[in-house]
Write a protein that binds this ligand. Structure first.
Ligand SMILES: Nc1ncnc2c1ncn2[C@@H]1O[C@H](COP(=O)(O)OP(=O)(O)OP(=O)(O)O)[C@@H](O)[C@H]1O
Ligand SMILES: [Mg+2]
Length: 382
C-alpha cells in the first residue's frame, strides 16, 4: 500500500484550503467527468466488506459541437439526478484531471523540509512548468531521497493544472451539491486500481497503462509501484470518430455508430466473410480505425523508447487498457500484435468480493479512473 500512498497528488486541499487529505470521513463519491460521459462510483464498507453502493455511467446528451458551458451544465444536471436517484446524501467528492491543461513532472530538489518546499514551490517549480505560473494550481509530493552527483536530493512529483480547468471541475461538483476534497490525476487514479487487481505472479517488466477516452489518451508507465512516465496523447475516441466521418462521408452520430459496430477486423477469416458479404463499410471502418491506431502506436513507441533509454534492464511486461475506447472491437489483439506485448483490459472491480452485478461487462474498463478515485481514502481497507 505504501506505493499507492506515495503516488497521490494533492491539489484539492489547496482548492478547499484543507490540511487533511487521506483523513476524515470515508463517505466519498468519486466523479470522473470525462468529455463523453460522467462516471461515478461510491464504495461503502459494511461488516468489514467493501462493496459498491452506487455506480453511474452518465453519457452527455449533447450535440458534438456543444460549448464547454453547455457540457458543464449537462454534467451538473446528470450528476444531480444520479445523486437523487440513488438517494446519496454524501457531500465529499473526489475527482481528477488530465489533458493539455495538466502537467506532471518528476523533479529533484535540494534537501529541505516539506514546509520549506511548500513555501518555495512556485519559484522552484517555475522552470519546469510550460504555463504562466500565476495561472496554475500546483501540487507536489515527495517520492523519496536520491543521490545525484554526491548530493542528496528529494525526488518529487509536481502537478501543475491550469486554474480554469480546476475551477471547471470544482464547479461541476459544487453545482451538484458536492464538496470536492480530492483532486487527482487520471493516470494516478488508474494505477491505484491496478495495484489491487493485478496478478502478483505476473511476468517481469513495467506496466504500461493506456486509458483511451474520448478527447485524450492517458499513458503511464509504472515500474515496481513507481510511476516513471506520465503523458497525455491526443489520439483517442474522437480522433477515431472524426476519421470515420471523413472516410465514409457520414455525420458524427453515424460515425460513432459505425465505429462501435465494426471496430478493427483482425481475423483473416472474419475479413474474408465480410468481403464475401460485400460489407464495404465494415472494411473501410476497420482500415480507417487501424490507421488512427497506428498514430497512437507511434506515440506509445516514443514513450516506451524514452522509458527504456532512462536506465538499464528496463522492459515493458504488459499493457493494461481502460477507458471507453478500450471497447473498440479487437483493439487489445491489434495492439498486442503491433507492440509485441501482452495486452489486457482493466476490470477495476476485480478486487471486490462481490463486483456490482448490475454493471454491464462492457462498461467495466470505463470505470478505471472512478474506482481509483473512490479508493483514495479506502486504501487501508483492502
Ligand atoms: N463499443 C465501442 N467501440 C468503440 N469506441 C467506443 C465504444 N464505446 C464507447 N466508445 C468510445 O469511448 C469514448 C468515451 O470513452 P470515455 O468514457 O473513457 O471518455 P471520457 O472519460 O468521457 O473522455 P475524456 O477522459 O477523454 O475526456 C468515446 O469516444 C466513445 O465513442
Ligand atoms: Mg476519461
Amino acid at each position: 500500500m505504501e506505493a499507492v500512498k506515495r503516488k497521490w497528488t494533492a491539489l484539492a486541499q489547496k482548492a478547499k484550503g484543507m490540511a487533511s487529505f487521506l483523513r476524515g470521513s470515508r463517505e466519498l463519491v468519486a466523479v470522473d467527468p470525462g468529455s463523453y460521459a460522467v462516471k461515478c462510483c461510491y464504495f461503502k464498507e459494511e461488516g468489514g466488506i467493501l462493496a459498491v453502493k452506487a455506480w453511474g455511467y452518465l453519457p452527455y446528451d449533447l450535440k458534438p459541437e456543444a460549448s464547454p458551458e453547455e457540457r458543464k451544465a449537462e454534467a451538473i444536471k446528470s450528476l444531480k439526478a444520479f445523486l437523487a436517484q440513488k438517494g446519496l446524501k454524501i457531500v465529499e467528492a473526489a475527482t481528477s484531471l488530465s489533458g493539455n491543461s495538466v502537467i506532471v513532472r518528476y523533479v529533484k530538489f535540494p534537501q529541505m523540509t516539506k514546509a520549506e518546499l511548500s513555501a518555495m514551490i512556485a519559484t522552484e517549480a517555475e522552470p519546469f512548468i510550460p504555463f504562466d505560473i500565476n495561472e496554475v494550481q500546483l501540487g507536489f509530493h515527495v517520492l523519496g531521497e536520491v543521490s545525484e552527483e554526491g548530493q542528496k536530493k528529494m525526488e518529487t512529483v509536481l502537478v501543475a493544472a491550469k486554474k480554469d480547468l480546476v475551477s471547471q471541475r470544482l464547479e461541476i461538483l459544487q453545482g451538484a451539491g458536492l464538496a470536492p476534497t480530492i483532486i487527482d490525476v487520471d493516470s494516478f487514479a488508474l494505477e491505484n486500481v491496478d495495484e489491487l487487481v493485478r496478478d502478483p505472479k505476473q511476468a517481469e517488466g513495467a506496466t504500461l497503462y493506456l486509458n483511451i477516452g474520448h478527447m485524450v489518451t492517458n499513458l503511464s508507465i509504472v515500474d515496481a509501484g513507481v510511476t516513471r512516465v506520465v503523458r497525455d496523447i491526443f489520439v483517442s475516441g474522437i480522433t477515431l470518430t472524426k476519421a470515420v466521418m471523413k472516410a465514409l462521408a457520414v455525420d458524427f452520430a453515424k460515425a460513432e455508430e459505425l465505429k462501435h459496430q465494426y471496430g478493427i477486423l483482425v481475423d483473416p477469416s472474419e475479413k474474408e466473410g465480410i468481403l464475401q458479404a460485400g460489407q464495404k463499410d465494415a472494411l473501410l471502418v476497420s482500415q480507417t480505425v487501424a490507421g488512427v491506431i497506428k498514430d497512437l502506436v507511434g506515440e506509445v513507441h516514443r514513450s516506451v523508447d524514452f522509458y527504456l533509454s532512462q536506465g538499464p534492464e528496463r522492459s515493458i511486461g504488459r499493457i493494461v487498457l481502460s477507458g471507453g475506447s478500450a471497447r473498440l472491437k479487437n483493439i487489445d489483439q491489434h495492439l498486442a500484435a503491433e507492440l509485441k506485448v501482452p495486452v489486457s483490459l482493466l476490470n477495476p472491480f476485480a478486487f471486490l468480493k462481490q463486483p456490482p452485478a448490475d454493471l454491464p461487462a462492457e462498461l467495466l474498463p470505463s470505470f478505471g479512473v472512478a474506482v481509483g478515485l473512490a479508493l483514495r481514502r479506502n486504501n487501508d481497507w483492502v
